[in-house]
Design a protein around this ligand. Sequence first.
Ligand SMILES: Cc1cc2nc3c(=O)[nH]c(=O)nc-3n(C[C@H](O)[C@H](O)[C@H](O)COP(=O)(O)OP(=O)(O)OC[C@H]3O[C@@H](n4cnc5c(N)ncnc54)[C@H](O)[C@@H]3O)c2cc1C
Length: 445
Amino acid sequence: MPRETNPSGRASRRARLDKTVGAVEVSDMSRASSSPSRAAAGPAAERADAIIVGGGLVGLSLGLAFARAGLETAVVDRAPAAALADEAFDGRASAIAYASYRALEGLGVWRHVAAAEPIREIRVTDDESPLFLHYDHAEIGDAPFGYMVENRVMRRALYAALAETPTLRLIAPAEVRAAPRGDAAAEVRLTDGRLFKAPLLVAADGKDSPIRQAAGIRFFGWRYPQDGIVCTVVHERPHHGIAEERFLPAGPFAILPLTENRVSLVWTERTDLAPAIMALDEAGFRAELEARFGDYLGRLAPAGPRWRYPLAFRLAESYVRPRLALIGDAAHLIHPIAGQGLNLGLRDVAALAEVVADAARLGLDIGAPAVLERYERWRRFDNLLLAGITDGLNRLFSNRVEPFRMARDLGLDMVNRLPPLKRFFMRHARGTVGELPRLLKGEAL
Ligand SMILES: Cc1cc2nc3c(=O)[nH]c(=O)nc-3n(C[C@H](O)[C@H](O)[C@H](O)COP(=O)(O)OP(=O)(O)OC[C@H]3O[C@@H](n4cnc5c(N)ncnc54)[C@H](O)[C@@H]3O)c2cc1C
């Protein structure tokens, strides 16, 4: 096996990072690296064990996981790091399932999270039905279902963990111009001329994933006729860590507890109506909000900007190609109805990091097809299942047609009457169901 494709051993990795080779053409990688004339002509390539394109919440988490496994890793993002951590970049907060929290703790991220609100109870109500679901974390143990964390708070925590990790480099702002893959290595060429080379390339570059497109991986999906309006609301009475999901005719209206007397709102609205709601003045917006929210938290005051996210469903037909793996939204984009998109991405992180760490320990090529296929087999079915469930729930609850209404009443009633089923769903909300990678079990990588 050529040495450059075998990332075992810290000394050899460091040697390879310091080593530079000439620029190479996609179709001719092996020849180029042994050709002194071409090496002299092109820009020097920096070597790493893995290159991750996309420094969002998922890409950075994977970078930290790879670094824990002893791999020299470079993460490339086109946005400047300061902009990514700014509130103006992303107004969302994420429900981090308990299993995802364990992974972030294991990666040294959680201790940098400045503010996290435990989710202790979940209430699901259907606008037109007296029935509702009530999950209380105490019914299945002490741990909460998870934590609500603002995305910008999570990004800052990831950057703090990154600053403590010498084997992980964030290259930002840096746009990827091309990412050709050869037999022995993948390359990432940046628009500023820099060149990186590694045996494994990971696309964590979000829903429109330029890397996925360049690799010719198609996806299956559609745009929902719904947008997600997101904002933070300050309220008078304490929320007691209760996350509330109301199913209204336009779609789910989620009230998610943040620290202090604040909640994050994910208000699903018809795409044709969302622009008018976004354009309302403060009094008009508050009136619409109160009509949906009710008064159980006392007086309400929207705080900060409003955000609008078009909602879509996408599943990549494959998660891997030679020397390439897709993770996070680059591999699957789902409706935010159950707050699971990031959690699925973090499950990808834990699974990919585990198969790669296992291969590296054995001295194997971390970008070999057998390693990447193990990752794909592990994650594709789980993601497909959850994507299908979230899509089905959204269709079932976002309409007023009578048979659908009866079906959801029946469903709510059944879950309430069957404690084992209810406990299963509660464990699912915690993310502790299924064949979990070590990081999600709170174990070392
Ligand atoms: C309204 C809403 C609410 C949500 N709530 C939740 C929730 O409560 N819980 C949950 O689990 N999930 C939630 N999600 C889903 C979650 O936000 C996403 O799944 C998650 O943020 C995806 O992260 P990512 O890192 O895969 O992608 P992204 O965050 O899109 O990151 C991709 C990164 O790649 C970079 N990039 C792209 N192209 C290039 C390029 N060519 N070169 C360099 N860099 C590039 C971008 O700059 C970006 O930083 C929600 C989603 C929405 C819309």
